[in-house]
Design a protein around this ligand. Structure first.
Ligand code: 5GP
Length: 179
């Protein structure tokens, strides 16, 4: 498969769409099994998770509701972990198991804001599902319950993930080349 050029950078295929779909079916199976008999509130995090969630939800069999949430990091404040809730979770999701759906989890800084916000909405439990996880960089006491792929610390784009807001529509996931 061909490399793609996005703005000033070149990326090569890392995970192709068929590998991604196979993993999503496995993840959905795990969610269906572990949440059987429960009511689930899915909280997909915009913008990056839109393609992942659209494919995941097609395989979900448990009773559920869906509320998209959106958070934005303030530039230059990564180390302080200040993240702005542009589209917060609903006021109450009592009596349900909340599943936060992320495209990628890196240091866990974003989750450090999202998880307490979701807990305030009063669910029975909060779980995290992420298509990609960079385990070496993850630094948050809350574990990721449902993980698609554990990856190295490479910068990846495509399948919802952007490089400077470009590349989200690519059907495969690409990683930065050294060239
Ligand atoms: P964290 O808060 O876990 O450090 O980082 C999460 C956010 O950083 C993700 O939601 C995503 O926006 C961005 N991010 C981290 N690693 C990557 C990557 O490899 N590619 C892209 N496109 N975004 C990333």
């Amino acid at each position: 498969m061909e490399n793609v050029k996005i703005k000033d950078k070149t990326f090569k295929v890392y995970l192709n769409n068929s590998q991604i779909q196979t993993e999503i079916q496995r993840l959905a199976g795990e969610i269906n099994a572990r949440c059987a008999g429960k009511k689930v509130t899915f909280l997909p995090v915009l913008s990056g998770s839109f393609l992942f969630f659209a494919d995941l939800i097609k395989h979900i069999k448990v009773e559920h509701e869906i509320y998209f949430v959106k958070y934005k990091s303030y530039s230059g404040t990564d180390s302080t972990g200040i993240v702005d809730a542009m589209l917060p979770p609903p006021a109450s999701i009592k009596g349900t198991t909340a599943i936060i759906v992320e495209d990628i989890v890196d240091t866990g800084t974003t989750l450090k804001t999202i998880v307490p916000d979701v807990q305030k909405s009063g669910p029975d439990a909060v779980k995290i599902c992420s298509l990609l996880l960079k385990p070496d960089k993850y630094d948050f006491a809350f574990s990721v319950d449902f993980t698609g792929f554990e990856i190295e610390n490479d910068f990846v784009v495509g399948y919802g993930l952007d490089y400077d807001e470009a590349g989200r529509n690519l059907r495969h996931i690409y990683k930065l080349t050294n060239s």
